[in-house]
Design a protein around this ligand. Structure first.
Ligand SMILES: Cc1ncc(COP(=O)(O)O)c(C=O)c1O
Length: 312
């Protein structure tokens, strides 16, 4: 058991998005304009990389340990050797945040690519050296009151484990991008994606929950990411004495729900106010979503998340 370093961010420095970001690339923290990877990088050429999206609250990255677990699992599935220990990688995340003077409201994209290829070509054996580590922190505070989003069911389906296991959090986001193109064309905020059987999987970038008669349901994780906010939400709802079911969720279920909300590190819990032109429940932040959002916000700032168990 070790504790992650909690940096003292008291050394207040003026921070704004205009100031050039400092980005970590393979051991160096560089100004954004100097932060580069090779055009032979496997991620640039093929999306051959794993990544995590993290969020900083009061100087602490929420559930960094769970994110590192998922990163290591994804890397293992793709046979990418992460070139740092868990504690060295967490130190690198905090050092990059410190270099930017960030103590709150930052979202961090942590990437590990297979590395630079000797020659172009998809074969992982074309990579001779070590994996590339990139850490990009940006200020993306969440709005105090979530605005609510409108979704559209799109034609493109989420792949299942027989095609591409959604448990692998890979940098290849083309499936999501195709979905987002459809949503953008429809003029809505996001895409509602179905699995092969036509049940709801998740959105293009977040997990989804429905509430009916106070009972909460979320799709099985066969065709969606095992979201860390999803898991925290299930724990919080159960701790509040609510029933939570992982089950098949149909379009009928979402259209007729009292409330629908999404979960993800970037947007926390976000009410869905309209799906395919149908107003959902009250068409605004519903009471169960509000209850869970408030519990989530308490959790992320509670300090209970400050000490993390880790493996060397
Ligand atoms: C496809 C997809 N679903 C769901 C999520 C939400 O996961 P988490 O709560 O771990 O941020 C993400 C986040 O990256 C995602 O990419």
């Amino acid at each position: 058991m070790i504790s992650y370093p909690i940096y003292d961010f008291n050394e207040e420095r003026p921070v704004s998005q205009e100031r050039e970001l400092r980005i970590y690339v393979d051991g160096k923290v560089l100004p954004r304009s100097d932060a580069r990877v090779s055009v032979f990088d496997a991620s640039f050429q093929s999306g051959d990389a794993v990544w995590e999206g993290l969020r900083l609250y009061d100087g602490v990255v929420f559930r960094l340990d769970e994110h590192l677990d998922r990163l290591w699992r994804s890397a293992k599935a793709l046979e990418i050797a992460i070139p740092l220990s868990r504690s060295a990688l967490s130190d690198a995340v905090y050092a990059t945040l410190q270099a930017n003077g960030f103590r709150d409201g930052a979202h961090i994209r942590l990437m590990v690519t297979r590395g630079e290829r000797r020659t172009s070509g998809m074969n992982p054996q074309n990579v001779g050296g070590r994996a590339t580590v990139v850490i990009i922190p940006e200020l993306k505070p969440v709005p105090e009151t979530p605005p609510g989003i409108r979704l559209r069911t799109v034609g493109i389906r989420r792949p299942e484990p027989d095609v591409l296991d959604p448990g692998i959090h890979s940098a290849n986001q083309l499936n999501s991008i195709l979905a987002k193109l459809e949503a953008n064309r429809a003029g809505v905020d996001g895409a509602l994606m179905l699995d092969r059987a036509g049940f709801v999987a998740e959105t293009d970038s977040s997990n989804i929950f429905i509430v009916r008669d106070g009972v909460i349901a979320t799709p099985w994780s066969t065709a969606c990411l095992h979201g860390i906010t999803r898991r925290a939400t299930i724990e919080l709802a159960r701790a509040n004495g609510r029933d939570v079911w992982e089950r098949d969720v149909s379009l009928f279920d979402v259209y007729s729900a009292d409330e629908v909300f999404t979960t993800g590190t970037v947007q926390e819990l976000m009410p869905v106010v309209e799906i395919d032109g149908r107003v959902i429940g009250p068409g605004t932040l519903g009471p169960v979503t509000a209850e869970l959002l408030s519990a989530y916000r308490e959790l992320v700032r509670s300090g209970r998340e400050r000490v993390h168990a880790t493996r060397a």
